[in-house]
Design a protein around this ligand. Structure first.
Ligand code: MN
Ligand code: MN
Length: 312
């Protein structure tokens, strides 16, 4: 299949790697492998996974990582988290740029290998999708390094299809794969408002703990237990009014404040996260890009705080 103009655009942005990572020159940035090999031990690492081939409705999420970094560093906001950590002067975290991905099922191994390499350096990883299909290979790598973790999945959709439109790797399927392969000891889903009968059966079959949006109240606290938590944040969990830049507009979702509240209230240690499904081609101005950048700051801040706590 000839590469689409969109695909070529993605490749061009991936080749640029991360223009803003820790002061590195974008035109002279070393290869991903070199950046991982020279990463100090025990960092919080941000990595871009520009892959949207498994999107069922609309491509564009592969353009997200460079767009998020652009607005993060555009001068309109500082790099402070709400808890007061100034990421511009806080050591211990690095944006290692985008993984150069090919296409087709080979991408699974490429993502798994890249994340595993970061975890072997003792890193705690924030991955920037891409569509939600990236979470399955990320969690394969995570489960080897951190068995028994709890996955907190914030999404309008349960993403539990056994297969969707002929693909078992579809962005509608990652959590069926995660549960089949026992990559998480618990899967807690919040924001869900698109359950089909098939996915209800899947949720029962896999013992998924689903907090449907219709039952959500802002005062609700999630019982996450003691095991370390991996957070998978699909931006379509938010109401389209807060996050228009996603491929699937599903009304009736979270406010930005509610998702920040869920993130801040995670009790156990947060050891990894992804932000997925931001589609810059659907954004209005910088609304959703800045939303993703806000979660980037807050998640990096939280990963750093939990990293320091575990090191004591
Ligand atoms: Mn999803
Ligand atoms: Mn979704």
């Amino acid at each position: 299949m000839a590469p689409s103009p969109h695909r070529m655009q993605c490749r061009a942005s991936a080749l640029l790697d991360c223009a803003q990572m820790s002061g590195a020159s974008p035109s002279r940035s070393p290869s991903f492998a070199t950046r991982v090999a020279t990463l100090p031990e025990g960092q919080v690492a941000v990595v871009g996974l520009p892959w949207d081939e498994q999107s069922s409705f609309m491509r564009g999420a592969a353009l997200a990582p460079p767009r998020i970094r652009d607005v993060l560093h555009d001068g309109s906001a500082n790099l402070c988290t709400e808890h007061g950590a100034d990421l511009s002067s806080t050591p211990g975290w690095t944006d290692v740029g985008d993984v150069a991905l090919t296409s087709g099922p080979a991408v699974l191994a490429e993502i798994d290998t890249a994340v595993a390499a970061l975890l072997e350096r003792g890193a705690r990883v924030l991955s920037l999708g891409g569509d939600h299909a990236v979470s399955y290979p990320v969690l394969r790598a995570y489960a080897r390094a951190h068995p028994g973790l709890t996955v907190l999945h914030i999404d309008a959709h349960p993403d539990l299809y056994d297969e969707f439109e002929g693909s078992r790797l579809s962005h509608a399927c990652p959590f069926a794969r995660v549960m089949e392969e026992n990559l998480a000891s618990r899967l807690v889903q919040v924001g869900i408002r698109t359950m089909t009968p098939h996915q209800r059966e899947q949720a029962v079959r896999f013992g998924v703990e689903v907090v449907e949006m219709r039952h959500w109240t802002p005062a609700r606290r999630l019982e996450l237990g003691d095991a370390p938590v991996y957070l998978s944040l699909d931006l379509d969990a938010l109401d389209p009014a807060c996050a228009p830049g996603v491929s699937h507009h599903e009304p009736g979702g979270f406010t930005t404040r509610e998702v920040l509240g869920i993130l801040h209230a995670i009790g156990p240690a947060l050891i990894g996260a992804d932000i997925v499904e931001f589609n810059p081609q659907r954004d209005t101005g910088t609304t959703t890009a800045m939303l993703a950048a806000k979660f980037y700051r807050e998640i990096v801040g939280r990963l750093l705080a939990d990293r320091r706590r575990s090191a004591r």
